[in-house]
Every structure is written in C-alpha cells, then in structure tokens.
Ligand binder design. Sequence first.
Ligand code: DC
Length: 216
Amino acid sequence: GAGKSTIARRVAKELSFIYVDTGAMYRAMALYLLHKNVDRTNTEQIGEVCQNAEISIEYQNGEQIVLLNGVNAYLRTEEVGNMASVSSAVPRVREKLLSLQRKLAKDMSVVMDGRDIGTTILPDADVKIYLTASSLTRAKRRYLELQEKGTVCDLDNIQKDIEERDQRDMNREISPLRQAEDAVLVDSSDLTIEQVVDRILEIFRARTEEGASHES
Ligand code: DC
C-alpha cells in the first residue's frame, strides 16, 4: 500500500538492477499452507508443513515469477496476504526463505523489497530505504486497486485489515518490521510514484558517491 513493489520495480529498472519481491515468496508459502488446510493458530504445524513447499524464482522479461512447486500461482488476494502475515511470523518459514533471498543478492545487483531486508536479510546493503505511508492512504490505494478489478470492498474494513497486519508484522518476535538505523525514511502519503522514485534515486546516488569518495 505504500507503493513498495511498484516503486522498487521502477528503481530497479532505472539502475538496471534485478527486482526481488520477497513478499511474493511469503505469499507463495501462504498459498501452499492454505492448500494444505493448516490450522493458522498452530505454529508447530505450519513449521512442519512449510518444509515441503518448494519455492523458486524465475525471471521472464526482467519480471520476477515465483514458482510454488514448479507452478506460477496467483498470489495477490486478501486471503493469501492475511495468511502470509500469520505464517511469516513462524521462524521455520523465515529460515526457509532467508537463504534464497541472500543468495539472490549475492549473485546479482538487486533492489530487494520486504519488511526485514535492511535489518536482517542484508544488513550490509549499500542503500536502505524505509518506505511508509499512513494506513488511510494505503487503504485508499488498495480500495481503488480492488475496485478496478471489480471486487466489492469496504474502505473501513481494508484499513482495519492493514492496521492489524501492521501490528502483527511490527510486534512479532522474529524479524519484526522496523526501520534499520541506517535506513532513510521516505513517506509516500503525499507523493506521487514518480516523486518517490526520484527521491530514492537521489538517495542512492548521494550514498554511492559518498561511498566511492571514502574509498578513493
Ligand atoms: O508485501 P506483501 O504484502 O506482499 O507481504 C505479504 C506478507 O508477507 C506480509 O504481511 C508480511 C510478510 N513478509 C515478511 O514477513 N517479510 C518480508 N520480507 C516480506 C513479506
């Protein structure tokens, strides 16, 4: 809702980097758990069942495709998003995806989007952005997106869902959503996508030039 994936994708394109959407990996895992009818309150069961999911990444025309057991599945539903927020709090789910994410960043120049990238996955990243927006702005964006798809929805419910998900993501024990100390905060509430992309590219250039002058 803050525009994370749209913005990260555009920044990656401008820099000719690969875009990595880690939320999609958690969503693929959630879809698998939904298919397996796991009990969402049973952490142990989720930890067991997740071991059998095979998540991999492919790139087609520069777009990331997440494969679940070899199949490209549709991941952007509210049901999958809500399950992802629950299952991503389970340590064994995170362990399973951590190595895949680190490997991608080791092999390529990436813009990686996700809640714990700056704090846990890539603590030594060259540039870290903490992108946020008010829950009302995010709910309105989501509402418009769903309306465009012809889905009946209610703004208050969407906002409530977003706030609940934030609470879960920020208060979980493992890898909670928080701003890394060396991350730059960008609030997209009153900015257009283009303005946010420009701001991030500015931050990137300033940081990397700074880094280069320290080295020389
Ligand atoms: O960004 P998204 O809505 O696609 O993410 C779906 C869920 O996955 C979100 O509620 C929290 C979780 N997630 C996470 O815990 N860590 C990440 N790096 C990315 C997503």
